[in-house]
Ligand binder design. Structure first.
Ligand SMILES: Cc1cc2nc3c(=O)[nH]c(=O)nc-3n(C[C@H](O)[C@H](O)[C@H](O)COP(=O)(O)OP(=O)(O)OC[C@H]3O[C@@H](n4cnc5c(N)ncnc54)[C@H](O)[C@@H]3O)c2cc1C
Length: 381
């Protein structure tokens, strides 16, 4: 019997396992892929991620961007924001996730890859995890198995997340062109309706992507083709095409029950404005581990603690962010007017939010408006 089985070895799972193993709990991470594995992701770590990650991951950073550029193709508006500290640290997820997982292993966590969890069975005092390689028993399970969480589906957890589609292409271009993109995190709006495109420079190639905030977006591939042409990358030296979904909007109901704690994408904690999900994955993984430690593996105490911590820290930001996302992606005229008036201020503000220095709630002035808007019943409307 393990104290905790963690399903999934992304940032949520690896950080949870690190904290639990460090505190002396027995913990096994189950990962369906062969490690290290490619993960469909821009691999951009905003500076709050770098602050919250409890492990030194600098060796996994391929390029550091102190500048971000924002373009609105329809209105011709563009903005540049610059900091003396990194705004976005660019990684490939295989290396970043492996760095986190290795730290967990160094503290005694067991990792089993190529081991897919198929179902979980909840009992009064424990939980059984059925995998492609037999069953395991644990006091608790941390579900860190990403957007399509089999653990959550296996116990028919309420959902309520919106799975929005995103494409990620790994593109190698001639060095002259590559240098034009170096050192800058680039974001382009109006590449696709209700979405944006990005260019993240890595060590020797560009990670170029588009996402749409509208589920069932059919136009994504065509939009990506147009975007590559606009960037001058339509005839690259090589290109790898990937696509996946980002779950936006937290699950309705609780985040811990029946000895299962939901974290990261499985819970729907990605940022509603940007789709950035690594920081919340790290944060929720650590909060889940903290709840297990503080609650001394007592079911009611642990579940109550985790639900409370999530409600205090992650949910208010998701609610306030959702309102901004609505204006940004679904009210183009209001957006253009607002950015023509206060665009630079908005960009600085979002950069500060991504740096963990400000909160989405601070967007609203007077401040009480922000607090009222984050009330659950109002933001749900
Ligand atoms: C195209 C795209 C670009 C993105 N770009 C960025 C970005 O630049 N910056 C950012 O912060 N976020 C980005 N995101 C979001 C980010 O990738 C996720 O929010 C983040 O990975 C969530 O971490 P996680 O630990 O919850 O889950 P994941 O990182 O998805 O990890 C889940 C793990 O669980 C494993 N797993 C799944 N099912 C099982 C099972 N049944 N049994 C065992 N293991 C299982 C998976 O193989 C995987 O390793 C992007 C997402 C997409 C789709």
């Amino acid at each position: 019997m393990e104290d905790v089985v963690v399903v999934g070895s992304g940032p949520a799972g690896a950080c949870a396992a690190w904290k639990l193993a460090q505190a002396g709990m027995t913990v096994t991470v189950l990962e369906k892929a062969a490690l290290p594995r490619y993960k469909v992701c821009g691999g951009g770590l905003v500076s709050r991620t770098m602050q919250w990650v409890p492990i030194n991951v600098h060796h996994a950073v391929e390029q550091t961007c102190y500048q971000a550029r924002l373009h609105f193709f329809s209105s011709g508006l563009s903005f540049v924001t610059q900091r003396t500290t990194p705004l976005v640290s660019m990684t490939m997820r295989a290396e970043f996730d492996q760095a986190l997982l290795s730290a967990a292993q160094a503290h005694g966590a067991t990792v089993r890859d190529r081991c897919s969890v198929e179902r979980v069975f909840c009992h009064e005092d424990s939980i059984t995890v059925a995998t492609t390689h037999g069953t395991m028993r644990a006091r608790f399970v941390i579900a860190a198995d990403g957007a399509l969480s089999k653990v959550a589906r296996s116990v028919q957890w309420e959902d309520g997340r919106r799975l929005v589609p995103a494409l990620e292409y790994e593109v190698t271009v001639p060095s002259g062109l590559f240098h034009q993109f170096e050192g800058v995190a680039r974001f382009d709006f109006d590449v696709i309706p209700a979405g944006y495109g990005w260019v993240f420079p890595k060590r020797n190639h560009l990670s170029i992507g588009v996402l749409s905030m509208t589920p069932n977006q059919q136009e994504l591939r065509a939009a990506m083709g147009r975007y590559l042409a606009v960037l001058g990358c339509a005839s690259p030296l090589s290109i790898e095409r990937h696509g996946f979904v980002i779950p936006l909007g937290p699950r309705t109901g609780s985040f811990a029950k029946q000895r299962i704690l939901l974290t990261g994408d499985a819970a729907g904690f990605a940022d509603p404005v940007t789709g950035e999900g690594i920081s919340s994955a790290v944060r929720s993984g650590l909060l889940a581990a903290q709840s297990l430690l503080d609650g001394q593996l007592q079911q009611e105490v642990v579940e109550g603690l985790y639900n409370r911590l999530v409600a205090q820290t992650i949910l208010p930001e998701l609610r306030a962010g959702r309102l901004l996302a609505y204006i940004l992606y679904h009210c183009p005229r209001v957006r253009t007017w607002a950015f023509s008036q206060q665009g630079q201020r908005f960009c600085e503000m979002v950069a500060d939010i991504m740096a963990g220095k400000k909160l989405y709630r601070n967007f609203f002035k007077p401040r009480w408006v922000g607090h009222v808007l984050t009330l659950p019943w109002l933001s749900r409307r």
